[in-house]
Ligand binder design. Structure first.
Ligand SMILES: *Cc1c(COP(=O)(O)O)cnc(C)c1O
Ligand SMILES: [Zn+2]
Length: 435
């Protein structure tokens, strides 16, 4: 496959002297709106129509059995799917965090509580190196940053991304400088700072942080900076496909009937759909219908509101919810999420903060999985979708938990604690009514 040439309008690569990049099966970027093709580079918007760019591939079609074997004998991380990702072939040999291949937990106890008679699974991405799904997307963005010669890794973050970028940059030997809203949970702030990069709190919402980063990219100050979710966004986004690949492989190379996915910008949901469609196209799974459901917190539910009102456009909101990792008031991929929910026969739903907390505790109590608020959102929405008859409890369903409860202790701390505090003797234990 031919190596692509980086167009001269992209920022000067810092180093190699070569102006070519090799990102495995990726051949170009293509506009999701008008199909315009542009060479691989740090571009994210179509110059013809301003539509978002995504990675286009020359995928290894032909022998599904050989591809399946190659994947199965690959590394125990997302790199087993390197033939389907915009990364160099030797990606697994470079210093990186090797995320992915997290547990797909058969959740029979939760199924019983929710009245699910089919099989219910939780895809538990809290098991990633920095305890959220963001390690997947950052790992791909790092490869793009390396290929384009960026020396500083950056992002606008609702919390988890900042930690994932800090850790990945530390391991890759890149400088990092990341931006978050100043009022995030302590667990997220500490996680973002501990890897030694620069962490900047911005007085404003995530959407303000994001606007600030766009300004920085346009300014000479931002030269040599790779913003994983802005100018590297097309590559970053592809990392979410690995969730789809893993779920199907862990089910024995089968599509689930239904998947419940949290929505922040909507990128993860749209790329899970892309990943499933690729597996079908490559003959790795049988082609049959699946439904994708989107989950939001009521206090930041612009996509859910648009879905319920039958709208094609998403009206921005000002977020107010404990599910801060999902608090994007102006989700870039909102319209695509609406398309996918409607096309697959899924839905988009939201739950209030009290139900998010209830759902976190329900998942912990039934399956021993302590989810962050985003996981409370997906489990809470799953329950609501079943109660409303929108999700079929007799089918096979996968619910995503995208982050670790230790990062959002504030959500459950006020209603969770010791059953009793006693003196160290049996009388005291008896008096507490525990004997
Ligand atoms: C970022 C994030 C998501 C999804 O984000 P998208 O922008 O929709 O891709 C989901 N869960 C958690 C915990 C996150 O940090
Ligand atoms: Zn276009």
């Amino acid at each position: 496959m031919a190596v692509q040439t980086v167009s001269s309008s992209t920022p000067e690569p810092a180093s190699t002297g070569a102006d070519q990049v090799s990102l495995g099966p990726a051949v170009s970027l293509s506009c999701r709106e008008c199909g315009e093709r542009v060479p691989l580079g740090p571009s994210f918007a179509c110059t013809a129509c301003f539509g978002p760019l995504e990675v286009a591939y020359d995928l290894p079609v032909g022998d599904p059995e050989a591809l399946r074997k190659r994947i199965e004998s690959g590394p125990s991380s997302i790199w087993r799917y390197a033939p389907l990702l915009p990364v160099p072939e030797d990606v697994a040999d470079k210093p990186n965090l090797n995320p992915g291949l997290t547990k797909l937990v058969k959740a029979d106890n939760l199924a019983r509580e929710l009245g699910v008679t089919g099989s219910l699974y939780v895809k538990d991405d809290s098991g990633n190196p920095t305890h959220s799904f963001k390690d997947r997307v950052v790992a791909i963005a790092v490869e793009a940053a390396r290929a384009f010669g960026f020396t500083t890794l950056s992002c606008s973050s609702t919390g988890n991304l900042a930690g994932a970028v800090g850790a990945a940059a530390a391991r890759a030997g890149l400088r990092s400088c990341v931006f978050i809203p100043h009022d995030l949970e302590q667990g997220k702030v500490v996680m973002a700072a501990v890897y030694g990069g620069e962490l900047v709190g911005i007085e404003g919402t995530y959407d303000d942080v994001n606007r600030f980063c766009s300004e920085l990219i346009g300014d000479p100050i931002g030269e040599g900076w790779g913003f994983v979710n802005v100018n590297l966004r097309p590559y970053y986004a592809e990392g979410s496909k690995t969730l789809a690949y893993e779920i199907c492989e862990q089910l024995g190379w089968r599509l689930p009937d239904q998947i419940v996915v949290p929505i922040a910008s909507g990128s993860q949901l749209t790329k899970i759909d892309k990943g499933l469609r690729e597996l079908i196209a490559l003959g790795l799974v049988e082609d049959r219908p699946y439904k994708i459901f989107g989950a939001q917190a009521e206090g930041c539910s612009p996509v859910s509101q648009a879905y319920k009102n039958g709208h094609d456009v998403v009206r921005p909101v000002r977020p107010d919810t404990i599910a801060k990792s999902l608090a994007i008031g102006n989700p870039a991929d909102g319209p695509y999420v609406l398309d996918i929910a409607r096309r697959t026969g899924g839905a988009v739903e939201d739950v209030d903060d009290a139900r998010v907390v209830e759902a976190i505790k329900l998942l912990a109590r039934t399956e021993g999985i302590f989810a962050e608020t985003a996981g409370g959102v997906t489990v809470g929405v799953t329950k609501k979708l079943i109660d409303d008859g929108l999700l079929d409890p007799s089918l096979e369903t996968v619910v995503l938990n995208t982050g670790d409860g230790l990062k959002t202790l504030d959500a459950v701390a006020p209603t969770t604690g010791p059953t009793a505090i006693i003196r160290p003797n049996l009388d005291s234990f008896r008096e507490a009514g525990l004997a």
